[in-house]
Design a protein around this ligand. Structure first.
Ligand code: ATP
Ligand code: AMO
Length: 433
């Protein structure tokens, strides 16, 4: 592809061209070192002022930090060099000189706040420990796709410009679509359900969702990535099995394939969650939360769980767990209720001790009950005709769920802020870069 050698592959005795960024220049007088950095690592380039052409030394040592250069020369063993080898340059090409003043120090010697880092994400991502987050994110998505394929699930892509919301009207971003009102999609929910009624039966999607969340929090984004799963002929218990399997597959892959990245992030005890995740009913969950005595006010049946309540329960359980059997009225119209207990739904959440990771459930597949569900939530079923009518032509019983990718990365790596798990986060204050 290209004829440069990665710094990590440069062996003593080789004659190579390496290319990358000027990490550091150290001038000790008669001798000077330039540290060149590329994706694979770093290499020391030695300049001996009395023995090398003046022009070469001037070019090599005059270049600003973070400039892009390529260096050609011999590689030699050198015990005192940081990596045990160094290069003796024959030529140095400055491919693009960087400004002398940088808005962010990629060597990490000078701390920067998150906002400065996000404003200069390109420079921020020159730090190995920041890169590590995105290598791990990529590995999670690879592993999850492999897991889905292993259980016979087909990857789909559904529209992101849509006519209706699904997860509550207030969080929609409206747009104009050739003079008509349209919205950015909040969730692939209705489309993935339509696909279980197609010949595909079992599907997944990794894609963006858009939500006009009112507040700035460390765990909400206005554009997030979701891993959605939906399958015909499984109930909510079966969906939880797949949900748990997906999480474990992601953790196992990271443990197996991202040792270097985990080390950079300071993990020496990264563990794959073990055992079956507890499945608490909503009723058990609120009893347990009340029993912790952590809340100022006791929860009563029907309350949604506040952040404090989630934390109290998370501390009490101490690992991942499901909350099942939510009151029907706090779950969306597409979740099915128990036949013998219509006030209780087959919806569930997967929780990490710090926050919610997944919502899911068994879906209402019976046309009449579905349309009634719309009415009960104050939605006009006619607006959703494109969706509901397919329930008249052979829609199987089905279940599914969705993970927020950034929350998965954040909780797996113990990140303080969800923005650290996205390249270019969108929040109330941030529309660029
Ligand atoms: P999702 O939005 O996907 O449902 P979530 O973690 O926000 O995930 P919710 O059930 O909506 O789950 O909210 C749980 C709690 O989190 C709420 O009771 C509230 O205390 C807090 N919370 C949710 N959204 C916000 C927000 N935008 N700003 C501040 N706090 C919020
Ligand atoms: P829900 O709205 O709970 O469910 O979203 C599923 C998961 O997506 C993540 N998530 C977010 N992450 C960051 N910022 C946000 N603003 C944000 N909103 C959601 C969370 C959450 O648990 N259609 C259902 C899923 C289903 O039933 O299949 C849905 O969208 O991790």
């Amino acid at each position: 592809m290209d004829d440069r050698t990665y710094t990590a592959d440069a062996e003593p005795g080789d004659h190579v061209t390496v290319a990358g960024w000027v990490h550091e220049v150290r001038d000790l007088g008669g001798i000077a070192f330039l540290i060149l950095r590329d994706k694979s690592g770093k290499i020391q380039v030695k300049f001996e002022k009395d023995e090398m052409p003046e022009e070469l030394v001037e070019t090599g040592l005059g270049v600003h930090r973070e400039s892009v250069i390529s260096v050609t020369g011999d590689v030699e063993e050198e015990e005192r060099a940081p990596t045990g080898v160094e290069m003796l340059p024959e030529s140095v090409d400055v491919l693009n000189e960087a400004d002398a003043e940088l808005p962010l120090d990629p060597s990490g010697k000078v701390d920067a706040d998150l906002s400065t880092r996000l404003d200069n994400r390109t420079l921020d991502l020159r730090k190995k420990e920041v890169q590590a987050i995105f290598e791990i994110r990529a590995e999670i998505l690879r592993a999850v796709r492999e897991y889905f394929r292993s259980i016979g699930s087909t990857e789909i892509n559904t529209p992101k410009i849509v006519a209706t919301g699904t997860e509550g009207g207030t969080e929609l971003f409206p747009i104009t679509y050739f003079g008509e009102e349209a919205f950015m999609n909040q969730s692939p929910q209705l489309f993935k359900q339509l696909m279980v009624g197609s010949g595909l039966e079992r599907v997944f999607e990794v894609g963006p969702i858009f939500r006009a969340e009112e507040h700035n929090t460390p765990r909400h984004l206005n554009e997030a990535t979701m891993i959605d799963f939906e399958s015909a002929f499984i109930d909510h218990e079966g969906a939880m099995d797949v949900c748990e399997g997906t999480l474990k597959a992601a953790y196992e892959a990271v443990e197996e394939n991202c040792a270097d990245e985990l080390e950079l992030l300071g993990y020496d005890d990264f563990g794959v969650p073990e055992g079956d995740f507890p499945r608490l009913t909503y009723e058990e969950a609120i009893e347990r939360i009340n029993a912790t005595g952590e809340l100022d006010e006791q929860l009563v049946y029907g309350d949604d769980l506040s952040t404090e309540a989630e934390r109290a329960l998370g501390d009490d359980v101490g690992g991942h767990y499901f909350i099942t059997d939510w009151p029907s009225e706090i779950k969306p119209f597409y979740i099915q209720d128990y036949e013998d207990d219509p006030d209780t739904s087959k919806g569930f959440d997967l929780m990490h001790p710090r926050m919610e990771l997944v919502s899911g459930g068994q879906r209402e597949h019976r046309y009449d009950a579905l349309v009634e569900g719309f009415r009960q939530q104050g939605l006009d079923p006619d607006q959703f005709d494109y969706y509901t009518k397919m329930f008249k032509y052979g829609m199987p019983p089905h279940s599914g769920w969705a993970y927020g990718v950034e929350r998965l990365v954040m909780t797996m790596l113990g990140l303080e802020n969800i923005r650290e798990a996205v390249l270019f986060p969108r929040d109330r204050q941030r529309l660029s870069p």
